[in-house]
Design a binder for this molecule. Structure first.
Ligand code: SAM
Length: 222
């Protein structure tokens, strides 16, 4: 099945709200655990979360890595509004976090300022995926840890519908529609391998995870 693009930014307030209310805790917790497993549970530094949405991963990273500061970067004002409301309810963590409104590619982010870069479920939104890999080159310091997790495109539309029914049976229609469109917009493992090769990111590897995800992990070039 060929890739079908979906809109990059999740701009609609009802869309952002449905996303924020959905329970992604299993995959979100796994993301944070995976970062600790790969790069150490005592990681220290500035972590940048690209396409942070309502802050699911950014807020978890800040809690799990208490000696880190976390910057979430997001192009949708509706998503950022939700992220900032959540942050306001976490005063013990708020001083180590900030959310920046920026649509990638952007010149707003300072060069080589991130000690680690993470991103969850952004890649499939990007019409030109090289934007993510070039942004990593822009913001990350040398040898910075990277963890990118995303959906993996199924082989057929029928399989995509089965995944929506299996994983989001009782979710609102707006979320089910977004999930289906996201599966069709996602990449296959070998496509991401080619993207990394073109970007010269030889320290990063990609692998399939479970029935619908892929992960890219490793370190930026030295
Ligand atoms: C599926 S959500 C994932 C949100 C978050 N990372 C999480 O794991 O919950 C994808 C997010 O990426 C944002 N996004 C898409 N394209 C973007 C771009 N070019 N620049 C910045 N944000 C973008 C969307 O607005 C949306 O909030």
């Amino acid at each position: 099945m060929l890739r079908t693009l979906e809109p990059e930014l999740m701009l609609a307030p009802d869309q952002a709200q449905a996303y924020a209310e959905a329970d992604f805790s299993e995959t979100d917790d796994r993301f944070v655990q995976r970062f600790g497993q790969l790069f150490g549970r005592d990681f220290v530094g500035e972590i940048v979360d690209l396409g942070c949405g309502p802050g699911n991963i950014a807020l978890r990273m800040a809690r799990a890595f208490p000696d880190c500061s976390v910057t979430g970067v997001e192009g949708s004002a509706a998503m950022l509004d939700l992220a900032r409301k959540r942050l306001a309810a976490m005063p013990e963590t708020a001083f180590r976090m900030r959310f920046v409104e920026a649509t990638l590619p952007t010149a707003v982010l300072p060069m080589h300022s991130a000690d680690a870069v993470v991103s969850n479920s952004l890649l499939h939104h990007l019409h030109d995926p090289s934007v993510l890999w070039l942004t990593l080159r822009q913001v990350a310091v040398r040898r910075a840890p990277v963890l990118v997790v995303d959906l993996r495109r199924p082989e057929t539309e029928t399989r995509a519908r089965q995944l929506v029914d299996a994983c989001a049976a009782n979710e609102p229609e707006v979320l089910r529609r977004d999930f289906y469109n996201s599966l069709l917009a996602a990449f296959e493992v070998d496509e991401v391998e080619k993207q990394l090769e073109r970007a010269g990111l030889y320290g990063l590897q990609v692998q399939a995870v479970g029935d619908r995800h892929l992960e890219v992990f490793g370190r930026m070039p030295g």
